[in-house]
Design a protein around this ligand. Structure first.
Ligand SMILES: N=CN[C@@H](CCC(=O)O)C(=O)O
Ligand SMILES: [Zn+2]
Length: 430
């Protein structure tokens, strides 16, 4: 530490083991298993950033006679970068437990949508809801995410499906990003489904998205990314191309929901338009995965969706890593239909069992790779000097225990931008 740095706002001591990926870039293939591990560690934080994360003796020596604002003792627990949830449909009204019986009786996800349910059912609820009601519901979800160790969340629109209500959803995201400790990255997803007014006229709806919605969203600075649901019966590859190409023209970075149920060439399109990420990928073939690798597109896998839809089909995470050296990312896909969970810890457990990922790979997938999937790799995703101080402290004896003991919350503490947001398992007010 230079003498100019000799003021520390927060010092976290007593970290039994600090575990973190290193660097700012996505980690692909074998690199995903490489973590830096420091026993008996401490983290010094100033101005919301990490000044030093190292062995406690080294940190204390470097601090010398520095002025220290607050000290928090992690009590020998495990610290890692705050979890990044790179794919959610955070802002929506209501819930869809009434569809569970249909799903149990074998009615497919897209059939429920075709009957006017599914996404369209949440669209109706969201259109009717006030901004305040949407805000309150999403805020409760964010609190839950924070309590579970998530510090940054991507939030998609796509339940308004008309200009006014898409803007309403995105405004709620913007409001939440000002008031909640969790940092939000906003994605415009007007092309999530074809609304009833445009039934049978999907191209006309695509034109509305392109000509009316995109310019307004971009002008108001309401989103950083644009996503589209490229799936049979929803949007074709050609319609998706039109939307993502126009999105780029307006300064929004492309993302795509692809290969969830059927492959329409969404991964090739992702590479073609230079998408940051392609998400779901349950039925992807080798050609699609090679396109991602060649195009530098990050695969975002959502094992909560296949679990909850009872699909018995899992993304080919091992091949993505071992054969295609891809930087696999994990996310909740939190939404009221296909994945009603805020818990990244549940996703970790599913990733270990269904995607056959190791605990180290899972950490990388939920931190630095996820950060890159939302364009934030240089700021968050690792515990290194200079990065934003987003830290989660888990009450687990070993790293492997985290995805192993599932169904409970292991989070003891969460530090967001250098401030305790959760401590002793409770939200810190103020
Ligand atoms: N598959 C498309 N969209 C969401 C589900 C939205 C919903 O069912 O409400 C997803 O990513 O799984
Ligand atoms: Zn989604």
């Amino acid at each position: 530490m230079r003498s100019a740095d000799r003021k520390v706002d927060l010092l976290i001591t007593g970290i039994g083991r600090l575990v973190t990926p290193v660097g700012s870039h996505p980690r692909g293939g074998k690199e995903m298993a490489v973590l830096k591990e420091i026993p008996q560690a401490a983290i010094a934080i100033a101005g919301g950033r990490i000044v030093l994360a190292d062995a406690e003796a080294t940190v204390l020596r470097a601090l010398g006679d520095a002025v220290i604002g607050e000290v928090l003792d992690a009590g020998g627990r495990l610290a890692m970068p705050g979890l990044v949830d790179a794919h959610t449909h955070l802002v929506h009204a209501g819930s869809r437990e009434h569809e569970s019986a249909l799903k149990r009786s074998g009615v497919p996800y897209l059939e429920i949508l075709a009957r006017g349910g599914g996404i369209l059912s949440t669209m109706k609820a969201t259109r009717t809801a006030s901004e305040q009601a949407l805000y309150d519901q999403a805020r409760r979800s964010l609190d839950e995410m924070l309590l579970q160790g998530t510090t940054t969340v991507e939030a998609k629109s796509g339940y308004g499906l008309c200009l006014e209500d898409e803007l309403k959803q995105l405004s709620v995201t913007r409001e939440l990003s000002k008031t909640h400790p969790i940092e939000l990255v906003s994605t415009f997803m007007g092309a999530h489904a074809v609304p009833p007014e445009y039934q049978g006229r999907p191209d006309a709806y695509v034109e509305l998205v392109v000509d009316v919605m995109l310019p307004k969203v971009a002008e108001a600075g309401l989103a950083s990314f644009c996503d589209v649901f490229c799936e049979r019966g929803v949007f074709t590859q050609e319609q998706s191309r039109r939307i993502l190409t126009e999105a780029k023209r307006h300064g929004l970075r492309p993302k795509i929901h692809a290969d969830e149920l059927e492959s329409l060439g969404g991964l090739q399109l992702a590479a073609e338009v230079g998408a940051t990420s392609a998400e779901h990928l349950l039925v992807s073939d080798d050609a699609g995965l090679q396109a991602l690798a060649d195009g530098g597109v990050i695969p975002v896998l959502l094992p909560g969706t296949s679990f909850n839809l009872g699909l018995n089909k899992h993304a080919r995470a091992r091949e993505m890593m071992d054969q295609f050296h891809l930087p696999v990312t994990l996310a909740t896909d939190y939404n009221p239909g296909s994945s009603p969970t805020e818990s990244m810890q549940l996703i970790m457990a599913l990733a270990q069992i269904h995607l056959r990922m190791t605990p180290e790979e899972i950490v990388t997938a939920c931190t630095i790779n996820a950060a890159n999937a939302i364009g934030r790799g240089s700021e968050i995703g690792t515990l290194e000097a200079g990065k934003q101080a987003d830290v989660v402290i888990f009450d687990v004896p070993t790293l492997a225990y985290l995805p192993y003991h599932f169904g409970i919350n292991h989070t003891f503490g969460v530090i967001k931008k250098g401030r305790a947001a959760v401590w002793n398992r409770r939200l810190v007010q103020g």
